[in-house]
Design a protein around this ligand. Structure first.
Ligand code: ZN
Length: 286
């Protein structure tokens, strides 16, 4: 997930939180939100990075929103503040979260993250989340699409390649949640509604259903938009809510909750981390 974008939204959100008064803002919001839904609120896209777990857990209690922690996981070729890259690092991380009132997840990076870990250690995770924002360039190398210098090329061809990339990721990696869905490079955002054709949306939704992957409603990127989500709900997809937040921005789910309200999401529509034996790393071959 992009650090640069999150830093920018961090500043914006701080301004809002400060204007409202941090304590009041959090408490009144959580009370209203909880009353509106028949399922417990969870933000399944929370990065610890360099913040302390104590602070994050205290914030979760204050908001009345359970957090799912997803540090990045994959080879060290993936550049993030924290990248768990082997059994030892993943075990230390899991031990740190054990017994805390949070879900234990990772945000998987690139296509080879599974090879860093043994299946037994992966099975201690409660879920695996990823996104499609790092893609292959023409030479097959990984590129972060949100960084400057990324070349889109012809936009219709890019969109088809991007959609196929989503499908390839879901077909080949044991994933529980797909995050940051329908995000587009900034230059394409003005054309979001026309570039995300019904056909493209349906291709991704079909793959999610085929492989049992839940779809994140991202407050970080205000995506996917309502039409995608309506199509996904009608098809029977499961949803998760995500802030992609670093401290103190985890749990800020305004967009996700507004979409959940518009869609009339109920308990049966929501992804919850699966029982032992049902996790993607246990039921998928890889
Ligand atoms: Zn992320």
């Amino acid at each position: 997930m992009p650090e640069t974008i999150s830093r920018r939204s961090f500043l914006g959100r701080m301004a809002v939180a400060c204007a409202a008064g941090p304590g009041l803002y959090a408490n009144s919001r959580a009370a209203t939100e909880t009353a509106a839904f028949d399922f417990p609120l969870a933000d399944l896209h929370v990065h610890l990075d360099n913040s302390t777990l104590d602070k994050v857990v205290a914030l979760s209690k204050q908001l009345g929103i359970k957090f799912g922690i997803v540090e990045h996981a994959g080879t060290k070729e993936n550049k993030y503040p924290v990248v768990l890259s082997n059994d030892e690092e993943l075990t230390q991380y899991l031990d740190r979260l054990e017994g805390q009132p949070v879900y234990k997840g990772v945000q998987a990076e690139w296509v080879d993250w599974m090879s860093c870990f043994s299946k037994g250690v992966l099975a201690r995770l409660e879920y695996v989340l990823t996104d499609a924002m790092t893609i292959r360039n023409a030479s097959g190398q990984r590129v972060k699409m949100w960084e400057s210098g990324f070349e889109i090329g012809e936009k219709q061809k890019f969109m088809d390649r991007y959609v196929d990339w989503h499908v390839e990721i879901m077909a080949t990696e044991p994933l529980d949640v797909f995050a940051n869905l329908t995000w587009l490079p900034a230059t394409l955002m003005p054309e979001y509604d026309t570039l995300w054709t019904t056909q493209r949306m349906e291709k991704i939704i079909r793959a999610a259903l085929q492989y049992g992957v839940a779809l994140e409603i991202s407050s970080s990127f205000k995506a996917p938009r309502l039409e995608f989500l309506k199509t996904a709900k009608a098809a029977g997809a499961k949803f998760s809510l995500g802030s992609n937040g670093r401290y103190p921005n985890m749990g800020k789910l305004d967009y996700s909750l507004s979409m959940a309200r518009s869609l009339g999401l109920q308990r049966q529509d929501m992804f919850v981390p699966p029982a032992d034996g049902q996790k993607a790393v246990q039921r998928r071959k890889f």
